[in-house]
Write a protein that binds this ligand. Structure first.
Ligand code: G1P
Length: 296
């Protein structure tokens, strides 16, 4: 199975002050940190080797997936079996995590390149942890990442997850051009161009890149010579645009929806969604919301 690269070195400035001392990936969605949902998505897609591209301020991510001997023995002594099971399940047994530091903050393309010594000259997956796939609106085992991986093996074409966004918001994303084809949920679309954060008046479409990539090894030499682009950073989007000149790339139109936890509004929506669907507290929370709305 392909290895997955997860860049976690970003400082989360859009979520300040919450992220002053806590990595944005460790902010909770109800009772689990965001990064734990990402690892679950990897697990459900059959990925078993993950490379975190990280930063000195992000040690708590490493700690979260490490064994906490003291906590385990305390829970054992107190007979708290359910909590113990949850702690033991934080990192599924067959997943290995590796860490590499991104010394300089040079952008997503540079972050991915930092993982090359671990991936080798191989195809690989990139997962951006700001974006979670709403697990209540998709089937983890079949939709999205597994579908993209299967398609990659079948065609050899790199795959990018895309989703329709409000035209007003295209400036926040990489945007693809699919030759005006009508793109439906669950379809694979030939990409003819990709551009990072275009102005809404020049955007080739409203189909945005939403943080899941299955990439052919042909991207490596291109990443190595991608010039500094948007925001003075080395952009993965620019390397993909170079790849397009010689190799076909497909956009897989998301099933379900993505939730962008990297900004405050997106995080609020995700927290709300995961609260109302929560197995134990969901219905209680739902009633409370209904009563609260009715009282306004
Ligand atoms: C990054 C990518 C962008 C993509 C986005 C998805 O941007 O560069 O192409 O659409 O993630 O969240 P960032 O959000 O890091 O600025």
């Amino acid at each position: 199975m392909l290895k997955a690269v997860i860049p976690v070195a970003g400082l989360g400035t859009r979520m300040l002050p919450a992220t002053k001392a806590i990595p944005k990936e460790m902010l909770p969605l109800v009772d689990k940190p965001i990064i734990q949902y990402i690892i679950k998505e990897c697990y459900m897609a059959g990925i078993n080797e993950i490379i975190f591209v990280t930063h000195s301020s992000k040690n708590s991510i490493e700690n979260h997936f490490d064994t906490s001997f003291e906590l385990k023995s305390l829970l054992e002594q107190k007979g708290k079996q359910q909590l113990l099971n949850e702690i033991n399940g934080v990192l599924p047994k067959n997943i290995k995590i590796m860490h590499v530091r991104q010394g300089d903050s040079n952008g997503l393309g540079h972050a991915v390149l930092c993982a090359k010594p671990f991936v080798g000259d191989d195809d690989f997956i990139v997962i951006l942890p700001d974006v979670i796939i709403n697990e209540y609106k998709c089937n983890y085992e079949f939709d999205n990442l597994p579908a993209m991986i299967e398609r990659f093996y079948l065609t050899g074409k790199s795959q990018i997850l895309i989703e329709r966004v409000n035209k007003e918001h295209v400036e926040k994303y990489g945007i693809v051009d699919c030759n005006n084809e009508i793109s439906n949920s669950g379809s694979f679309n030939n990409i003819s161009a990709i551009v990072e954060k275009p102005h809404k008046d020049n955007s080739p479409s409203d189909l945005a890149v939403v943080g899941r990539y299955v990439l052919s090894r042909d991207i490596w030499p291109l990443l190595e010579r991608t010039p500094i682009g948007m925001s003075g950073e080395i952009q993965l989007t620019d390397a993909l645009s170079m790849l397009l000149k010689t190799h076909a790339i497909e956009g897989y139109h998301i099933k379900g929806e993505s939730l962008d936890c990297g900004d405050k509004m997106g995080y609020m929506k995700a927290f709300f969604e995961y609260s109302r669907q929560h197995q134990t507290f969901g219905s209680q929370f739902h009633r409370w919301i209904k009563d609260t709305v009715a009282a306004v």
